[in-house]
Design a protein around this ligand. Structure first.
Ligand SMILES: NC(=O)c1ccc[n+]([C@@H]2O[C@H](COP(=O)([O-])OP(=O)(O)OC[C@H]3O[C@@H](n4cnc5c(N)ncnc54)[C@H](OP(=O)(O)O)[C@@H]3O)[C@@H](O)[C@H]2O)c1
Length: 170
C-alpha cells in the first residue's frame, strides 16, 4: 500500500508560518496536537526546520532534506532531494506498518510536496504576526475542507486556534 502524504502546518491568518527561523508564537495546545498526529510516523522536513527544532522529534523517523553533503546531525536520516525523502519515508512507513507520511515544513518543502499530498492538517492560528516564511496558497478547487474545530487559547497559548482538515478533491 502506498502511504498517504499529509502536510502538517500551523498557519497564521495572514499565511505566516515562521520568523527568524522560529515560530512567531507559542501555542502549547498546537504542539500537543502536532505530536498526536505525527507520532509513530516518518516526518519529512527541510534543513532549516530541523535546525529550528534543534533535535530529533521523538518516536518518529526524522528525514531531513539538505543540499549540504557535510550536514550530518545524529539520529536523523539525511537526503538531498524531495524524491529521496519520499522514498525513505515510504520504506519507513512500510517498516512501521503505518499508512501516512507527515511533511512538516518549511515553506519550500510544503510548496514542493503539496501536489503529492492527499490531505492538509492545518492549525489556523488566529493572529496576523510579522513573518518571513509563508504557507503556499490553498486552492479551493483542489482542496475541500472536511473538518474545522475552533479552540480557545489555553493558559499557555498565545492565541485561539482552529484545527482544519482539507482533503484533496482533484
Ligand atoms: N508553522 C509551521 O507549521 C512551520 C513548520 C515548519 C517550519 N516553520 C518555520 O519555517 C521556517 C523554516 O522554513 P524555511 O522555509 O525557511 O526552510 P526549510 O524548508 O525548513 O528548509 C530549507 C532548506 O531545505 C533544503 N531544501 C529545500 N528544498 C530542497 C530540495 N528540493 N533539495 C534539497 N534540499 C532542499 C535546503 O537546505 P540546505 O540549505 O541545507 O541545502 C534549504 O535551505 C522557520 O521559521 C520555522 O520555524 C513553521
Amino acid at each position: 500500500m502506498t502511504p498517504k502524504i499529509v502536510l502538517v502546518a500551523a498557519v497564521a491568518e495572514n499565511g505566516v508560518i515562521g520568523r527568524d527561523n522560529a515560530l512567531p508564537w507559542h501555542i502549547r495546545s498546537d504542539l500537543q496536537h502536532f505530536k498526536r498526529i505525527t507520532i509513530g510516523r516518518p516526518v519529512v522536513m527541510g534543513r532549516k526546520t530541523y535546525d529550528s527544532i534543534g533535535k530529533p522529534l521523538k518516536d518518529r523517523t526524522n528525514i531531513v532534506i539538505t543540499r549540504d553533503p557535510d550536514y550530518e546531525p545524529d539520529d536523523v536520516v539525511i537526503v538531498n532531494s524531495i524524491e529521496k525523502a519520499m522514498q525513505m519515508a515510504r520504506d519507513d512507513a512500510a517498516r512501521r506498518g503505518v499508512d501516512e507520511i507527515a511533511v512538516i515544513g518549511g515553506a519550500g518543502i510544503f510548496k514542493e510536496t503539496m501536489a503529492l499530498a492527499a490531505r492538509l492538517e492545518i492549525t489556523l492560528v488566529h493572529l496576523s504576526p510579522q513573518g518571513d516564511t509563508y504557507f503556499p496558497p490553498i486552492d479551493p478547487h483542489i482542496w475541500q475542507e472536511s473538518r474545522r474545530m475552533r479552540q480557545e487559547a489555553a493558559p499557555q497559548d498565545d492565541a485561539d486556534i482552529s484545527f482544519i482538515t482539507y482533503e484533496r478533491a482533484l
